[in-house]
Every structure is written in structure tokens, then in C-alpha cells.
Write a protein that binds this ligand. Structure first.
Ligand SMILES: Nc1ncnc2c1ncn2[C@@H]1O[C@H](COP(=O)(O)OP(=O)(O)OP(=O)(O)O)[C@@H](O)[C@H]1O
Length: 312
């Protein structure tokens, strides 16, 4: 077991940020921790890293009890914080040198590691740039290079793609997969469900400081019994037809947002029954899309709330 967090409680004055938080991360995992803003992800990470004190609970990393003086454990961890934390009067190269130098004292080896980190985040053309000359995406990549240059066994990414352009975002996601393939265990926090679905082999959904469910993306969807859905836009439909639509075999739920419908179905037959029904009754709509369930749907199903507002 790489990380074991047991019964963690963290209180900030009147806010209970972690409420019996538990987590088990295995060697080789890309572990996704997802939850809405303010659900406690950053607090959990900061407690795990001993950057924050907590009221109650136990944290083990590499099977050793973690506390702030465990430098042997810290040396094996890379942390990429949510807020970019680099040194603004050092250039790209010297920033990576500084952070890598906290753990790698051998100069020759460090030089090699810095070069590898620069290559990895593709900042070769910017090695002498000061951070303030870098775009948001490049700055995030520097933040990553500073966290991974010392080749940690465990890497914790806290929302690394917030406010990042699509090109840098894809590079970051690809890079994380690559680090994992090379042997690093990854913890990845995000409120972007699709990123976590793409990356993680194991996912925990956190809300109000507590883990609601854990599993693979497939397990979480089947846990809440979600099937595919049919999204129909701009439909002109009377109430009595709506009732009949609800009664079609295999229709498990209908969500309405103004003139758009999202119909959760149990099987493919239900989809063809719905389409036949609409055609038979000359019900007009603009478009019809079949959607597979997302982790956002899982969150909605469990909490009754949206992770992010998508209209329904
Ligand atoms: N230093 C602090 N003082 C008081 N309350 C805090 C502090 N830091 C966080 N909180 C509160 O604790 C709760 C959890 O916050 P946290 O930042 O851990 O959530 P998060 O899931 O990481 O959210 P985000 O995605 O917005 O960073 C929130 O209610 C937040 O307002």
C-alpha cells in the first residue's frame, strides 16, 4: 500500500473540511480524487503531506506513519500544488535546479535530472525565461517540472489543468500517463470528471470532506445503476405525451431543462421505442443524441446536485 489515510478529521474554525476521510492508494495507481469546489481535496492533500495539522486520524505513506519531520518520505514524493509555486526571480532552469536540489545533492546527477525534466515538459526553448514571461500553460508545465525532477515514486497533482489552454492540458494529461507508465504512483485531484475518467484506474468521489464512493469509472456507474441516455433538444411535447414517454418500457428517468429532455434508458431497445413513439405522434425536435453516462451523472445520482452546471 502506498498511502493509507484512516479516519481523518480537519476543522478550520467553523468549517469541518474533512469529516472522517479515508483513502487507500496502491502502488502503480493513478488515483483520481474528484469533488466540487470546496469539497476538501486540497485540505486532504495538505494533511497527507503534513503541510497542515489535523484534529484526528492516521496517515501512512510507504507503510510508515507520516509527519512533518519525515524527510525520507518527502524525498520520494513529488507535489504539484494547485496554485503555481515557483520562485519568480529564478529562470526556468534555476527553478527546477532549486526544487530538485532539495533532494538530489549530487550535482552531476541533478544536472541530468533537470535536463530530463525540461525535456519532459517541453520547455527547452524557455530555459532562460523568468516565470513572469511564460504563458499560463507554460507556467503550469514549469510547476510540474519542479515537482517531478527528482524522480519521485509518488506524485500528487492538485488540479494541474485549471485555467490551462487545451494544448498544454493535453500535454499535461499525456505526461501524467507517461510518468505512471515509468513506475510512478499518481494522485490526481480535479473537479473535471472527464479528466479523471480518462486518467484514473481508481476514483473516489468526495463531497463535504467525506468520500462518498470509490471504484473504477465502470464500477461507479454500475453502482448507481446508470444506463445510457438520450438527449433530445428543443422538443415540442405536451404533458400527456410526457406521461406516456415516461411509461415506455426501459425508460428509467426523464430530466427536463426548458425544451430539452434527457431520458435515462435501461437498454438499446428503449431508445428505438422512444424514437418510434416520437415519430408516430409527430413530435418535433431539433436533434437527438445518445450519451453514455459520465461521472458527473454518478455525482448527481448520489448527491442530487451537479458537480458542474451542465443545464439539467
Ligand atoms: N485556510 C482556510 N481557512 C478556513 N477555511 C478553509 C481554509 N482552506 C479551506 N477552507 C474551507 O475548507 C473547505 C474545503 O476546502 P478545500 O480547498 O480543501 O476544497 P477543494 O475541494 O480543494 O476545493 P477547490 O477545488 O476549490 O480548491 C471549504 O469549505 C473551504 O472554504
Amino acid at each position: 500500500m502506498m498511502i493509507e489515510v484512516k479516519n481523518l478529521f480537519k476543522q478550520y474554525k467553523e468549517v469541518l473540511a474533512l469529516n472522517n476521510f479515508n483513502l487507500s492508494v496502491d502502488n502503480g495507481d493513478i488515483y483520481g480524487l474528484v469533488g466540487p469546489n470546496g469539497s476538501g481535496k486540497t485540505t486532504a492533500i495538505n494533511c497527507i503531506l503534513s503541510l497542515l495539522n489535523y484534529e484526528k486520524g492516521d496517515i501512512f505513506i510507504f507503510n510508515e506513519k507520516m509527519n512533518s519531520s519525515k524527510n525520507n518520505i518527502k524525498a520520494k514524493i513529488g507535489y504539484i500544488p494547485q496554485d503555481v509555486s515557483v520562485i519568480y526571480d529564478l529562470n526556468v532552469y534555476d527553478n527546477i535546479d532549486f526544487f530538485c536540489g532539495l533532494y538530489i545533492k549530487d550535482k552531476k546527477l541533478r544536472k541530468q535530472y533537470i535536463e530530463e525534466a525540461i525535456d519532459f515538459v517541453e520547455l527547452n526553448d524557455f530555459r532562460r525565461f523568468l516565470p513572469k514571461k511564460l504563458s499560463g500553460g507554460l507556467l503550469r508545465r514549469l510547476n510540474i517540472a519542479c515537482g517531478i525532477a527528482h524522480k519521485p515514486e509518488l506524485i500528487i497533482f492538485d488540479e494541474p489543468t485549471v485555467a490551462v489552454d487545451p494544448q498544454s492540458r493535453n500535454k499535461i494529461l499525456q505526461g501524467i500517463k507517461e510518468l505512471n507508465l515509468k513506475g510512478a504512483t499518481i494522485i490526481y485531484t480535479s473537479h473535471y470528471m472527464e479528466e479523471v475518467e480518462y486518467l484514473a484506474n481508481k476514483i473516489s468521489i468526495i463531497d463535504k470532506g467525506h468520500i462518498l464512493v470509490t471504484g473504477t469509472s465502470k464500477e461507479l456507474k454500475s453502482f448507481v445503476g446508470l444506463g445510457n441516455s438520450l438527449e433530445i433538444s428543443n422538443i415540442k411535447i405536451d404533458k400527456n405525451y410526457m406521461d406516456e414517454l415516461n411509461n415506455i418500457r426501459g425508460v428509467s428517468k426523464i430530466l427536463k431543462n426548458k425544451n430539452d429532455l434527457k431520458i435515462i434508458v435501461e437498454n438499446a431497445l428503449a431508445i428505438s421505442n422512444i424514437i418510434n413513439y416520437l415519430n408516430k405522434n409527430n413530435i418535433i425536435y431539433d436533434s437527438l443524441n445518445i450519451k453514455t453516462p459520465t461521472l458527473n451523472d454518478v455525482f448527481l445520482e448520489i448527491t442530487g446536485r451537479e458537480l458542474r452546471d451542465n443545464g439539467y
